[in-house]
Each structure stands twice: as C-alpha cells, then as structure tokens.
Design a protein around this ligand. Structure first.
Ligand SMILES: [Cu+2]
Length: 299
C-alpha cells in the first residue's frame, strides 16, 4: 500500500519542483502556474518569500501525510488488536507545541522585513497620483506640469492585436513611467473604493475616497505591464484595467514634453522658487499695511 502512495507523492514533488524552476512568464499565458515575471525589487522579495513558504508548507503536508499513512497501517484494528491506553506524553506535547512556534518565528522574520521593505517609499524621483473613478483610472503627474490623463479600457473592436493590445487589459491612455526610477504612486478614489493592483510590481493598494495611500515601484525592465482594479466597485469593476508602459528615461522625457509638461525640477530650482514665493509672501503684508495707511491719510 505504501508503494502505491509513493508514486502520486513523487509525481507531486516532481511537478512542484518543475514549477519552481519554470522560466518566468513575461505575460499572462494559458495554464500559467506561477506568478508573472517580477519587474521590481518588491515583487522579487514577494516571490522569494512565497517560494520559501511553499517549501515549508510542502514539508508539513508531506510529514503529516506520511504520519497519517503510517498510523493507518501500523495501528489499525487488524494490525494492532490491543490498543495502548496512553493519554499523555510530556515530551511529545512539548515538541508539538515548540516546533510550530519555531516555524512561525522563521516565517515572521522575513515577513516583517518584506512588509517594511514595501512600505519604505525610498526617495521618489517621480510622483504619479492615481485616482479611481467609476469605472476608469485617472493619472496625474503633479511634478511635471500638472499633466492629467484619463485611462479607459479599450472596447473589443478598438483592440489592435498588431500593437500587442489585449481586450480587457489594454487602455486608451496608458500610464507612462521611466525605467530604473523610484516612482511613488499616490492612490485615491473619487467615488467608491477601488484598488490599484499591479501584480508584476508587487503592488496592491486600496484607492479610498478622501484618503491618500501610497506605494512605490522601481521597475527594472522596459515593457508594458497590466493590472486590474481589485476591489469590487460596481457594475464595470471588471472593465477598468491598469496599463503601464515602462519606457527608457529619454522616451519618458519625450512623452512628458509631448503632453505639454516638463521634467521634475531639480532641488536647486525648487529652492529658488520657494525663495521667490517667500519674498512675495513677506512683501504682501507690508503692502496691505501701506494701502491701509494710504486709505486713512486720504480720509
Ligand atoms: Cu474599481
């Protein structure tokens, strides 16, 4: 009987190992077994954490299965007619309490590390404000001359397969961001709760009206990436995909220019602007006072 069980177990382990060594998928494919290709450090961390958990879970499942099968064979009524009347075993009880605790600690450490890594938002070089609407997305580039675009899903007849467009995923105005750049997404919504989710970036952030959530990505590969609204938001919830084109820095500069914007100001330029603003502000009350005295003297 044990021999009969080994074959399925072996087959499972073989498939499992294969799925781990499978070449990463660049896009969604039929019968896909693994995550999509990771293109940000955060998603790479998520991938390795996920794989680590898979090893631990598989070990536990294999151990429990083997134990169960052993008990079924060794201690059934036929093989063991006179059962033991043991009710306690201190050593065994300590082991089956301590071992799971140790496993949980082993999982908790990388889990918290990952959580902090995802939340750290390292010095953003570009900020994109993402707003969820019923049922499309709005993307704004507040540091690039207030560029604002709305992104609607392409209708089935508008999809141009020669351009690599896909129905239900491609948008009329995709978000464009540069490669190898720390991008901060500020995520909110204008009507109901939506969710900004990009699997290959390792991002899923709720878009809540009246709240500003944030996420970050540093995409390491040029390409087109897709996500979807991941919070039930009404009748067209399934029809508000997120398409992000990650382009070279030069192409991004050209795109920004085409949109009538400019690249983010250098800190020096921002400082100079702030100084001018300060001057104007400090000058204003004096002017107001002057006007007031003028009015008085005129009376
Ligand atoms: Cu939505």
């Amino acid at each position: 009987m044990i021999k009969n069980l080994f074959l399925p177990l072996f087959a499972f382990l073989a498939v499992f190992t294969l799925s781990l060594t499978n070449p990463a998928f660049a896009e969604i494919v039929p019968w896909q077994m693994d995550f999509q290709d990771a293109v940000t450090p955060a998603m790479e961390h998520i991938n390795s954490f996920h794989n680590m958990l898979l090893y631990i879970i598989s070990g536990i499942v294999a151990f429990v299965t083997i134990l169960l099968v052993y008990v079924l064979i060794r201690f059934n009524a036929k093989a063991n007619p006179v059962p033991s009347t043991t009710t306690h075993n201190v050593l065994l009880e300590v082991i089956w309490t301590v071992v799971p605790v140790v496993i949980l600690i082993v999982i908790a450490v990388p889990s918290f590390k990952l959580l902090f890594f995802e939340a750290r938002n390292p010095e953003p070089e570009l900020t994109v404000k993402v707003t969820g609407y019923q049922w499309y997305w709005g993307y704004e580039y507040p540091e690039n001359g207030d560029i604002a675009i709305t992104s609607n899903m392409l209708a089935e007849k508008e999809v141009d397969k020669s351009k690599g467009q896909t129905y239900l995923l491609s948008a009329d105005n995709p978000m464009v961001i540069p490669v190898d750049t720390n991008v901060m997404f500020q995520v909110t919504a204008s009507d109901v709760i939506h969710s900004f989710a990009m699997p290959q970036f390792g991002i899923k952030v709720d878009a809540v009206p009246g709240r500003l959530n944030s996420a970050w990505a540093r995409v390491t590969k040029v390409g087109t990436y897709y996500g979807q609204c991941s919070e039930l938001c009404g009748k067209n919830h399934g029809f508000m995909p997120i398409e992000i084109k990650v382009v070279s820095k030069e192409d991004f500069a050209a795109w920004i220019k085409k949109q009538g914007g400019h690249l983010k100001e250098t800190p020096a330029a921002t400082e100079a602007k702030a100084e001018v603003k300060e001057e104007i502000q400090s000058a204003a009350p004096i002017e107001a006072k002057d006007v007031a005295t003028e009015i008085k003297t005129n009376k």
